[in-house]
Design a protein around this ligand. Structure first.
Ligand code: C5P
Length: 233
C-alpha cells in the first residue's frame, strides 16, 4: 500500500499557554511539527504529507513544512485546519490531491506527539494487511473510574481490557473517507478518528507500542518530552 501522512496541527495549544499555535512551539530544539514531519516522511510507506495547520499562522507552517519536504525529498502540502481535530483531518484529505501522489492508505498523526518514530508509522501501516484501521496504543496502567458530574463513581472497567489510544492512526483510504463522511456534530465530538471508523463498522485493531509517544498538552510536558527528544529517543 502507498500511504500519505496527515499531520493534525490545527490546534491553538490553549492548555499549553503558548503564544504560538502548539505545533510551532519549540521542544527539544525544534518545532513539534518538524519532529512529526521528519518521522512520518522517513517511514518507507509514506509518500508525502498534508499538514492541517492553524489558520492564523499559515506562513510559519509553510516554512517548517518546506524545510521538512526538502530534507525528505517528499512533497508536503499545508492547508488550513478546521474547528475540531477531525474537521482538520477532513480538510487535509480534501487537500491531498495537491500532493500529486497516488495513495490508498493514510497515517493520521497529532503534531502534539513528536516522539513517534518512522518504524512506528511503518508498523501501523503493515497492520492494514489485517484491518481497515490500526491504532498505536499503550496498555493503561492506572485503574480507570467512570464518574458523573457529581464525582460519584458508576463503574470501574476491567483494566486488562483498557488501552490508551495514541497516534499514528492509519486507515485504508476507503475506510478514512467513509469515517469522515459524517455531519459536523459527529466530527466535532470525536476525540480521535478511529472512533469514527468504528462507528462506520470498520475493523479497527490496536498495535501495542511500548516506546515513548507522549502528547504535549500542558506546559510541564515540554520539559519531559524535550529531554527525551534531546536524548535521541
Ligand atoms: O487538543 P488535542 O491535544 O487533543 O489535539 C490533538 C491534535 O489535534 C493536535 O496535534 C492539534 O493540533 C490537532 N487539532 C487540529 N485541529 C483542531 C484542534 C486540534 O488539527 N481544530
Amino acid at each position: 500500500m502507498r500511504a500519505i501522512a496527515v499531520i493534525a496541527a490545527g490546534g491553538s495549544g490553549e492548555r499549553l499557554g503558548a503564544q504560538a499555535p502548539k505545533a510551532l512551539v519549540v521542544c527539544g530544539g525544534r518545532p513539534l511539527l518538524a519532529w512529526c514531519l521528519d518521522a512520518a516522511l522517513a517511514a518507507h510507506g509514506v509518500a508525502g504529507a498534508v499538514v492541517a495547520a492553524h489558520a492564523g499562522a499559515l506562513p510559519a507552517f509553510e516554512l517548517v513544512a518546506g524545510e521538512a519536504a526538502g530534507r525528505a525529498g517528499k512533497p508536503v502540502v499545508v492547508t488550513p485546519g478546521g474547528p475540531s481535530r477531525s474537521h482538520s483531518v477532513r480538510a487535509a484529505i480534501d487537500a491531498a490531491g495537491q500532493l500529486g501522489v497516488e495513495w490508498d492508505a493514510c497515517a493520521v498523526h497529532d503534531a502534539a506527539r513528536p516522539l513517534a518514530t518512522p518504524a512506528l508509522f511503518d508498523a501501523c501501516l503493515a497492520g492494514l494487511a489485517d484491518a481497515d484501521c490500526v491504532v498505536a496504543a499503550a496498555p493503561v496502567t492506572d485503574t480507570v473510574k467512570v464518574a458523573g458530574p457529581d464525582m460519584v463513581v458508576t463503574e470501574t472497567p476491567v483494566r486488562a481490557e483498557l488501552w490508551a489510544a495514541q497516534t499514528p492512526q492509519v486507515f485504508t483510504r476507503s475506510c478514512l473517507e467513509r469515517a469522515l463522511d459524517v455531519d459536523d456534530e459527529h466530527l466535532a465530538n470525536a476525540t480521535d478518528d478511529a472512533s469514527l471508523a468504528e462507528a462506520a463498522g470498520a475493523r479497527v485493531k490496536l498495535l501495542q507500542w511500548d516506546g515513548p509517544n507522549h502528547k504535549v498538552t500542558l506546559p510541564g510536558d515540554l520539559d519531559t518530552v524535550g529531554a527525551l527528544l534531546a536524548g535521541g529517543v
